[in-house]
Write a protein that binds this ligand. Structure first.
Ligand SMILES: NC(=O)C1=CN([C@@H]2O[C@H](COP(=O)(O)OP(=O)(O)OC[C@H]3O[C@@H](n4cnc5c(N)ncnc54)[C@H](O)[C@@H]3O)[C@@H](O)[C@H]2O)C=CC1
Ligand SMILES: O=C(O)[C@@H]1CCC=N1
Length: 273
């Protein structure tokens, strides 16, 4: 069984590990996580029963598939630390926003097998949307391994790297936008007298069901929207308010701002000067 390592055991690593374990892709004993804070790692160990270490090199040398799951700013430090400890055929999975394949390759200073991936936190509940871009050295076998990991926790598509900034906005960051939407809908229901827990259940199930309608009926969202708006009814009143308040413009601007930030982070330092 392949060993899977994580350099950095934060939110996204925990979501991916949770996804891998719930789908029973591998046993917790085949997963090793490294990080600087022993106390934080102990919590992961207690919850997920994975192997932990404060030594990044130990995690790197033990792994066939190694996730770089620290913040992008820490990449230069951790890559310098681990680059001489990699297994010969190891595949590196970089999940950092805005870190291009070229940037990561140049930090390793060798022909590493690399997949740039943008997952999202719904991995934890088996509903991730992940995008995978392989570099030229990633073998077909390792690409399939990486895809099987991300398919075990939701959907995954191989995409050209040029689409990665758009992906970062539309699926990497967008869960936060959707949570804002759910929270706001629930606040409104509470204001109308609904208990808070019931309000979250109703708002979340409505979002889940609507998303399933788009995915499963494959109808245009505009057609599905029209079917909810009875003539002279309740829904069109709400739709008119959202249009007046610029909801579409706000959402488009938010997704594009995330994509733009990713693009900016991906520029080489000398390019951005
Ligand atoms: N949170 C999300 O929804 C998503 C995050 N990502 C990417 O995942 C990466 C991690 O993001 P989060 O989990 O949100 O951040 P986080 O802050 O929760 O996790 C980062 C982890 O790295 C650890 N770390 C810091 N310095 C380290 C070092 N020198 N060696 C080893 N570990 C170190 C920290 O202790 C922390 O546990 C980022 O690159 C981000 O762009 C990608 C897609 C979605
Ligand atoms: O906020 C971030 O930078 C990360 C990447 C996508 C989602 N979270």
């Amino acid at each position: 069984m392949k060993k899977i390592g994580f350099i950095g055991g934060g939110n996204m690593a925990a979501a991916i590990i949770g996804g891998i374990l719930s789908s029973k892709l591998t046993a917790p004993s085949n997963i090793i996580v490294s990080g600087p804070t022993e106390e934080k790692l102990r919590k992961l160990e207690e919850k997920l029963h994975v192997v932990i270490t404060t030594d990044n090199k130990e995690a790197a040398s033990a792994s066939d598939i190694l996730f770089l799951s620290t913040k992008p700013a820490v990449y230069p430090v951790v890559i310098k630390e681990i680059k001489d400890s990699l297994r010969t055929d190891a595949a590196i999975v970089s999940i950092a926003a805005g870190q291009s394949i070229r940037q990561v390759e140049s930090l390793f200073e060798s022909n590493i097998q690399l997949a740039r991936v943008m997952p999202n936190t719904p991995a934890l509940v088996g509903s991730a949307m992940s995008a995978v871009s392989p570099n030229q050295f990633l073998t077909e076998e390792n690409l399939q391994e990486v895809l099987s990991i991300f398919c075990s926790m939701g959907k995954a598509e191989v995409i050209p790297e040029s689409m990665m900034d758009a992906v970062t906005g539309v699926s990497g960051s967008s869960p936060a936008f959707v949570y804002l939407f759910i929270e706001a809908m629930a606040d409104a229901a509470v204001a109308e007298g609904m208990p808070r827990d019931l309000a979250y259940e109703f708002a979340s199930q409505a979002v889940l069901g609507s998303a399933k309608m788009v995915l499963e009926t494959k109808q245009n969202p505009g057609v599905l929207k029209d079917a909810v708006c009875s003539p002279g009814g309740t829904t069109i009143e709400g739709v008119c308010v959202l249009e007046r308040k610029g909801m579409r413009d706000a959402v488009i601007s938010a997704v594009r701002a995330s994509a733009e930030k990713s693009r900016e982070m991906g520029k080489d330092k000398k390019e951005s000067k």
